[in-house]
Design a binder for this molecule. Structure first.
Ligand SMILES: N[C@@H](CCC(=O)N[C@@H](CS)C(=O)NCC(=O)O)C(=O)O
Length: 240
C-alpha cells in the first residue's frame, strides 16, 4: 500500500532493501543486480547498483519519469559473460525479450483483467483477499477499486494502442513469445530458464486464477512452456 512506502522518495513497487541500507528500485534493476551478485560474489550490491544510474526526465505530458540505465545488462567480467552466454546472440536475445516484457507484455495485463465489470470485480476480490485490508477497507477497496480500474483500464488500452478486443493482443503476444523460443528449446535459456523466461513468467503469473489467464491457456500455445516454468521456479532451476 502507498502508506507502506511513505519512507521512500521512489513511489513504486517493488523496492528491495539490502541490509536496511541499500535501496534497489525497479524490478529489472533488482533482477539484474541480484543475478550479477550471484555470479560475482565479490562485488557488493551497493557497488553493483552504481552501474544502474537513475535517469530523471519529463514525459510528453510533462510528468517526471524515472528510468534506470543499463537495466537489462549484467555487470560481469568477460570470462563470466562467456560462461553465461556461450553462444553468439544469447545475451542480446535475453535483453530484447526482457525489454519486451516490460514495455509491451506488462501493459496487456490491466486491460485484460479489468476488461468487463465482472472481471474487474473478480480481480479486486483477489487483490483484497491477498492484501492487508480491514473488513470495511476491503469492502470499499473491492467495489471502488474495481469500478476505478474498469474505467482506467480503458484509458490504458488507448494509451498503449491495444485492439478493442484486448484478448487478441494478449494471445498474439504470448504466441510471439513461444515462436521466439522455437521448437528446439524448452526455454529461451535452453534447458534452463534465463532472465527473459523469468520476466515473461512473472508477468503472466499475476493473472493466475482469473478469466484472462484461463482464456490465454486455452487459446494460445503458451501452456507447455508455462507449466515448465512453474516447475523450474519451484525447483530453483534457473540458468547458472
Ligand atoms: N518499471 C517498474 C514499474 C513499477 C510499477 O509501475 N509498479 C506499480 C505497481 S505494479 C506501482 O507501484 N505504481 C504506483 C505508481 O505508479 O504510483 C518496475 O518494473 O518495477
Amino acid at each position: 500500500m502507498r502508506k507502506e512506502i511513505k519512507w521512500s522518495t521512489y513511489r513504486k513497487v517493488p523496492i528491495l532493501m539490502v541490509d536496511e541500507e541499500v535501496q534497489l528500485n525497479d524490478s529489472s534493476v533488482i533482477i539484474s543486480s541480484i543475478k550479477t551478485h550471484l555470479i560475482s560474489k565479490d562485488k557488493s550490491v551497493s557497488e553493483i547498483i552504481r552501474c544502474y544510474p537513475e535517469l530523471k526526465s519529463k514525459n510528453d505530458s510533462g510528468k517526471e519519469v524515472v528510468e534506470y540505465m543499463n537495466k537489462y545488462w549484467l555487470m560481469l567480467s568477460e570470462a563470466d559473460t562467456l560462461l553465461m552466454y556461450p553462444e553468439k546472440g544469447m545475451q542480446k536475445e535475453e535483453m530484447k525479450w526482457r525489454q519486451w516484457a516490460d514495455d509491451w507484455l506488462v501493459h496487456l495485463i490491466s486491460p485484460n483483467v479489468y476488461r468487463t465489470t465482472g472481471e474487474a470485480l473478480a480481480s479486486f476480490d483477489y487483490i483484497v483477499r491477498e492484501g492487508k485490508f480491514g473488513s470495511f477497507e476491503g469492502f470499499f477497496a473491492k467495489y471502488v477499486g474495481a469500478a476505478a480500474m474498469f474505467i482506467i483500464s480503458k484509458r490504458l488500452k488507448n494509451r498503449h494502442n491495444l485492439q478493442d478486443d484486448v484478448r487478441q493482443d494478449l494471445y498474439k503476444a504470448v504466441n510471439d513469445w513461444i515462436a521466439a523460443i522455437g521448437k528446439q528449446r524448452k526455454f529461451m535459456g535452453g534447458d534452463r530458464p534465463n532472465l527473459a523466461d523469468l520476466s515473461v513468467y512473472g508477468v503472466l503469473r499475476v493473472m493466475e486464477g482469473l478469466q484472462a489467464f484461463d482464456d490465454m491457456m486455452k487459446n494460445t500455445k503458451v501452456k507447455h512452456w508455462y507449466k515448465r516454468m512453474q516447475r523450474a521456479t519451484q525447483n530453483h532451476e534457473g540458468r547458472q
